[in-house]
Design a protein around this ligand. Structure first.
Ligand SMILES: Nc1ncnc2c1ncn2[C@@H]1O[C@H](COP(=O)(O)OP(=O)(O)O)[C@@H](O)[C@H]1O
Ligand SMILES: N[C@@H](CC(=O)OP(=O)(O)O)C(=O)O
Length: 835
């Protein structure tokens, strides 16, 4: 660290400002001190705010004192908070620091007592002193954390040097007087580095004052100018200036660079991270500003300078100013009359009402301006008075007032000369069903502002944010059932999501994962690669499907989808509700498609009502395009005559292998060992699973078939139907003799055996073993191949055949993923769900 005395002004000097969030407790102050001490540059000026919450407490104390309330408990708590922080920071010898803070606390107590009795100007003077107490204390704390005078850090009470006078536009610095006082201060303090109190200043009369709430940013900029600093860094608790307030828009992104003008507009329109008056002194001197995160100091943050930087979106940031009202002067007599606007704004000026936004239609029939709600009544009275004569003469109707509004501003240098920006903003707001009360765009085209109902503020901000920062194909995804298929799907998602985002604009965000017992929900997208492994770890909560769906249907993301990879009927029971709520559903779970007809019909109706999609390609033939092929045939006007084929990979494998050389039971055991069968092979041999698939296909073709309507031949002997699995496996050879007899009979007729599902032209559905001639397509399959033949009007002589491996987690997951993509890719063109 340099020990050269600090020059009166230096281009090698860097200003660092730490806000209250960075000084919330002793640990944070120590981190801030490490950042300041370790930052580059020969000389540093560290500007501190009060510890988090302290200014609020002081404002409340002053109010209580004026009201004659007992301030002792709150005063004691505040003094104790500073003392406890000092003890934690000061190490072996905390007494000097504690004494300093005790003196400050005593001064505060004196001011509070005086304020309780004060009258006239003294009320303002004492209040200002009280409000600034927090910065005086935190500067002592920070100086100690940095090692004090011994380490070259001198404390500057900014009230000694920063001279401001009250002006129309807020406190105005007297630069010459301030420079003069700073030089004088420098002659008395030969320090290398400085810790300066933010927020506080002195009036031209030498009284203590403040720069207004959140004014420490402004202090840092003013000191940077006075010290001729090379840069200013504002350290806070977020990564930089974000595209919107992260408390309202969870998907807000950190903006790498902004121009002074962009930052100024955003700050003026409510981006709390930066005080609006900070930019002017820096811009005037060309001093660059960085906003960085004390909690993550390695991150680059936001750079603000004259250059700014072009970005992908023409709009850099969105912000909201709450508590606004519209005043509208209306009257046909105003048209073409010069001076109306002048009279109106002069009236507002005289009443001390500041105008945030102005809009006037070209008919000049009305002039509308947006002011702060608290000023609106005063503003209206002032305009009414100014136009009293015109109102009496009937030329002007009077002033209409509407409160309960806020102003949403979209800001960006990139908007200049670019068409479609306003359209995108208004479209986003329209999608969210937000009514726009007034619109203004300055001729700089750097800001479009709209006045909207306060009640719609968050919804509007999220919708506008989605319109500019999210792809229309951004989908909030929740996956249920991390079994074999679910896990394979998560692996595939992990591999493909980055490419989909970069190349196709499809932005799939895994925000929830649930098993039958646990669920994990994330606001930030979860990593699909590790999500399943972490499911029952820290942060997991017991599964609640309502909460899961509510989270997935995030109001700040344009679309939501639940992928059900469970085999649960209870989950299928939820589909109708989810679809009606606009959540798309994708599943390989056969329960809904083949279960109770009334529920199936309700699901299909909910899908239509919610404008959402329900896809289940992987319920039949795993990753093979079976449902899609049938759908396409029907959608293009073909007529289905029949479906037949092998719909079970397990049974296909068994009959492919079964040639009489090995008993059927041995093959069942082998298939089980290879993982081809369900743990209880009766689930396959019963034919029920195949029957479910046939029902799904029949319903797809518009036939109201139910499971009970399918004639299913079970391969499980009656005697083994209700025994436990072990007994069943032990007595499996009961299958052998009857199966051998069927094989012999088939062979005698020149045929072989296959397990076939069939839906005929009359709608009759059957599932069972059939003897097929050697030239039948099903006799030419391999391993676990499924084969589905569609006989239709167009494919009458020679059916359309879909064939390929029809089982296994990877191919099934790929079928599910295909549905997810089908939905996501179509979203770009379709309407967005309203947030
Ligand atoms: N556009 C925005 N970008 C970043 N932060 C914002 C924005 N709008 C509002 N904020 C809020 O501003 C906060 C930082 O301001 P503030 O609380 O005054 O910080 P500090 O205490 O460090 O001075 C952030 O925690 C964030 O919640
Ligand atoms: N402490 C003052 C000044 C300030 O700027 O604080 P912060 O940097 O924490 O916003 C306030 O709360 O208004």
């Amino acid at each position: 660290m340099s020990t050269e005395p600090l020059p009166a002004s230096s281009p090698f000097l860097h200003v660092h400002k730490f806000g209250g969030s960075s000084l919330a407790d002793a640990g944070r102050i120590a981190s801030a001190a490490r950042i300041a001490a370790g930052s580059p540059g020969a000389h540093r000026v560290v500007v501190v705010s009060a510890m988090q919450g302290v200014t609020d407490a002081l404002v409340a104390l002053a109010t209580a004192a004026r009201a004659g309330d007992d301030t002792t408990p709150a005063w004691t708590a505040l003094a104790e908070r500073h003392r406890a922080t000092a003890l934690a920071l000061a190490g072996a010898d905390p007494a000097p620091l504690c004494d300093r803070l005790a003196l400050e606390s005593e001064a505060l107590r004196g001011d509070l007592e005086a304020l309780a009795r004060a009258t006239g100007d003294a009320v303002v003077r004492l209040s200002e002193r009280i409000w600034g107490h927090g910065e005086l204390c935190s500067a002592w704390l920070m100086q100690a954390a940095l090692g004090g005078e011994a380490a070259g850090w001198t404390r500057l009470d900014t009230r000694e040097v920063l001279v401001v006078r009250a002006a129309d536009m807020g406190a105005q610095v007297d630069r010459d007087a301030s420079l003069h006082r700073l030089r004088a201060w420098r002659t008395r303090h030969a320090s290398t580095h400085i810790v300066a109190t933010g927020f506080v200043a002195r009036t031209t009369d030498g009284e203590a004052t403040t720069l207004g709430r959140n004014g420490s940013d402004h202090s840092a900029a003013l000191l940077a100018d006075l010290f001729d600093a090379a840069s200013v860094t504002i350290w806070t608790d977020v990564d930089g200036v974000l595209s919107a307030d992260p408390r309202l828009v969870p998907d807000a992104v950190c903006l790498p660079a902004l121009s002074y003008a962009e930052a100024c507009e955003l700050a003026y329109f409510g981006a709390k991270v930066l005080h609006p008056r900070t930019l002017a002194p820096l811009q005037a001197r060309g001093i660059p500003l960085a906003i960085r995160n004390t909690l993550a100091p390695a991150r680059p943050g936001t750079r603000i300078d004259a250059r700014g930087e072009a970005a992908a979106s023409p709009v850099k940031g969105l912000s909201i100013v709450d508590g606004m009202a519209v005043l509208e002067l209306v009257g046909s007599g105003m048209t073409g009359v010069p001076g109306v606007a002048e009279t109106l704004f002069a009236a507002l000026h005289d009443a001390g009402v500041s105008v945030t936004m102005i809009s006037q239609g070209s008919s000049e029939h009305s002039i509308c301006c947006v002011v702060r709600e608290v000023d609106a009544g005063r503003g209206r009275a002032a305009i009414d008075a100014a136009f009293a004569e015109a109102i009496a003469a009937g030329q002007v109707e009077g002033v209409r007032m509407q409160d309960g509004l806020c102003v949403l501003a979209a800001v960006g240098d990139g908007m200049v000369g670019v068409h479609g920006v306003a359209a995108r903003l208004f479209d986003g707001l329209a999608q969210a069903r937000v009514n726009i009360r007034a619109i203004a765009q300055g001729a700089s085209e750097r800001n479009i502002s709209v006045a909207i109902a306060q009640a719609h503020a968050t919804r509007a901000l999220r919708a506008a944010h989605a319109a500019f920062w999210l792809s229309p194909q951004t989908v909030s995804v929740g996956v249920i059932g991390p079994g074999h298929v679910g896990r394979a799907l998560l692996e595939q998602l992990a591999e493909v999501i980055p490419r989909l985002r970069a190349e196709a604009g499809v932005d799939l965000r895994l925000r929830g994962l649930a098993s039958s017992r646990w669920m994990r929900l994330g606001d930030a997208p979860m990593d699909p690669a590790s999500a399943a492994a972490q499911l029952d770890g820290d942060g997991a909560v017991p599964c609640d499907l309502d909460a899961f769906a509510a989270h997935v249907r995030a109001s700040h993301l344009p679309h939501a989808m639940i992928v059900d990879c469970s085999a649960s009927d209870a989950v299928a029971e939820r589909y109708a509700g989810w679809l009606a709520a606009g959540i798309h559903v994708v599943t390989p779970n056969k329960q809904a498609g083949s279960g109770d007809w009334t529920r199936y019909a309700a699901i299909m109706a909910a899908r239509r009502a919610g404008g959402s999609r329900f896809l289940y390609e992987a319920t039949v033939g795993a990753g093979l395009p079976v449902v899609l092929t049938l759908r396409t045939l029907l959608d293009t006007g073909d007529t289905l005559h029949g479906i037949d084929g092998m719909l079970s990979g397990t049974l296909a494998w068994l009959f492919n292998r079964y040639d009489g050389r090995e008993p059927f039971s041995a093959l069942v055991r082998e298939a089980r060992a290879l993982g081809y069968t369900e743990p209880d092979p009766r689930d396959d041999l019963s034919g029920l699973d195949v029957a479910r698939k046939l029902v799904i296909l029949a319903r797809e073709a518009g036939r109201p078939l139910s499971l009970a309507d399918v004639e299913v031949e079970s391969l499980v002997p009656d005697a083994l139907r209700s025994v436990d699995v072990d007994t069943f496996l032990a007595r499996l050879d009961l299958l052998d003799a009857p199966m051998q007899a069927r094989l012999d009979a088939a062979r005698a007729a020149g045929c072989g055996l296959r397990h076939i599902a069939k839906l005929d032209s009359e709608g009759r559905a059957t599932v069972g073993v059939q003897a097929l001639p050697a030239d039948h397509a099903c006799m030419h399959t391999r391993l676990t191949d499924n084969l589905v033949q569609f006989t239709t009007a167009r494919y009458a002589e020679n059916p359309l055949v879909v064939q390929g491996p029809g089982a296994g987690p990877e191919v099934t997951a790929a079928g599910v993923f295909g549905d997810v993509l089908t939905i996501a890719q179509a979203l770009g063109a379709g309407p967005r769900r309203s947030p």
